[in-house]
Design a protein around this ligand. Structure first.
Ligand code: HEC
Ligand SMILES: [Cu+2]
Length: 409
């Protein structure tokens, strides 16, 4: 049979196009390059396994093709009539594959896998501890030895998320404040969850563990190469599940020490911000940023919320939800006659600090500093058409905080 010319050209063009696009996007089908001993072990086991099954596949397929060809009908091949090994030779031939598969499974692959699984759980002799707390939908990192703690949230701009701007390279994989680790040091990660199950997963580290509410779980990493490593929450945890990436920057120990110093300076600045008196414009300015980062995922950038789930922040808009949710809002003075209304400042502060228990409205007491909370409340009371003119100063937040939730910043 001869191929028609147009067909050959079309096929050639298709292959060429495929090749060109692959070359451009630098696709690769493999694990991310491993940067911890555990990830290296896992990759080794994976590669070994792949090599072995490829060899077995080729061997078995070779035998199959050989038999198909050699025992074909035109050569008058007769189908075998036996259904079980009959001779000693056949018994041996049957047992060799079984025994060799068991050897591969339990010895060649089993021993290294068992060792790696044990290694993952061995958190002894760590030098640094980082407490990682997952919540809907951000990560919180604390370094108890240095008195540093902060929230890390998605920094991909909303216009990219809604398709109004070109997606950049690290679309949905960029945060405002990455986790920072020193290289070549065993770091213990204590994993917690503040609400539902989340999953801590950074592929280049090889480890992946669920953060389960009510449990404290431990894993460790020893990053051997400086760089930025990206991962994601790996347990479906609500509508913002795709919006809580994990970004880790690994620094040499000198770089890490410098980072610690700069974090301390930042915390001092936050402290200063909490102590001074702000102008209304400055509060609203800062409040908008705090809102976009911490509240807009639920209450929406427009402040109109999502019917049935997240109430509007814009007052005068209707909100229907379960009677229990509405009762909470009514008791706080934020709901009347089917509509969201502006409740008292005191309750507004209470809602943002302590959340509304039993609903998705989170407590921000341990996540935001006093200046951030004061400014977001001032913003909410003066934006989206809520022209209340109210000003809330950081000092009011400082006094409203219960002692137990004093933010160290
Ligand atoms: C995870 C989703 C979520 C996030 C994030 C969130 N809220 Fe809420 N918020 C809710 C829900 C749900 C309610 C209603 C609870 C109820 O009905 O009792 C609520 C209610 C409120 C209310 C009272 C009702 C209203 O609409 O005025 C205020 C004020 C409020 N949130 C402010 C904030 C602020 C400020 C932030 C950010 C610092 C924030 N929320 C972040 C889910 C969220
Ligand atoms: Cu999650």
């Amino acid at each position: 049979m001869r191929w028609s010319k147009p067909f050959v050209y079309a096929a050639g063009a298709a292959v060429g196009a495929l090749y060109a696009s692959t070359a451009q996007a630098k696709y690769f089908f493999n694990f991310q390059p491993p940067v911890t001993p555990i990830a290296q072990d896992f990759l080794f086991i994976h590669d070994l396994f792949l090599a072995i099954i490829t060899a077995i596949f080729l061997l078995a397929f070779g035998v199959l093709l050989y038999s198909l060809y050699n025992h074909r009908k035109s050569r008058n091949a007769k189908p075998a009539t036996f259904s079980a090994p009959t001779t000693r030779k056949l018994w041996i031939l049957s047992f060799i594959p079984i025994l060799s598969l068991m050897f591969i499974d339990y010895v060649v692959l089993g021993i290294p896998s068992f060792n790696s699984v044990l290694a993952v759980t061995n958190t002894s002799h760590h030098k640094l501890t980082v407490v990682v707390t997952a919540s809907q939908w951000k990560w919180h990192y604390a370094y108890p030895a240095y008195g540093i703690q902060y929230t890390s949230s998605l920094s991909t701009p909303t216009d990219q998320i809604y398709g109004d701007a070109r997606k950049d390279k690290h679309f949905l994989l960029e945060v405002d404040h990455p986790m920072v680790l020193p290289t070549n040091e065993k770091v213990l990660i204590v994993l917690k969850s503040a609400d539902v199950i989340h999953g801590f997963w950074v592929p280049a580290f090889g480890v992946k563990m669920d953060a389960i509410p009510g449990y404290i779980r431990k894993l460790w990493v020893n990053v051997e190469k400086p760089g930025v490593y990206r991962g994601q929450c790996s347990e479906l945890c609500g509508v913002g599940h795709g919006f809580m990436p994990i970004v880790v920057r690994a620094e040499s120990s000198a770089g890490f020490t410098k980072w610690v110093a700069s974090e301390r300076a930042r915390e001092a600045a936050t402290q200063e911000a909490a102590e001074k008196t702000w102008s209304k414009a400055a509060l609203i300015d800062r409040g908008k940023q705090v809102f976009d980062k911490n509240c807009a995922a639920c209450h929406q950038p427009s402040g109109l919320g999502i019917p049935g789930a997240f109430p509007p922040i814009a007052w005068g808009h209707p909100f229907s939800a379960t009677p229990a949710m509405l009762a909470d809002l009514k008791a706080l003075g934020f709901f009347r006659d089917g509509k969201i209304v502006g409740g008292p400042v005191k309750n507004h502060i209470h809602i943002v600090l302590d959340g509304i228990p039993g609903t998705p409205m989170p407590a921000f007491a341990s996540q935001l500093g006093d200046a951030d909370i004061a400014s977001v409340i001032t913003f909410e009371r003066n934006a989206f058409g809520n022209n209340s003119g109210d000003i809330v100063q950081p000092e009011q937040i400082t006094t409203a905080r219960p002692k137990s939730t004093k933010h160290p910043k």
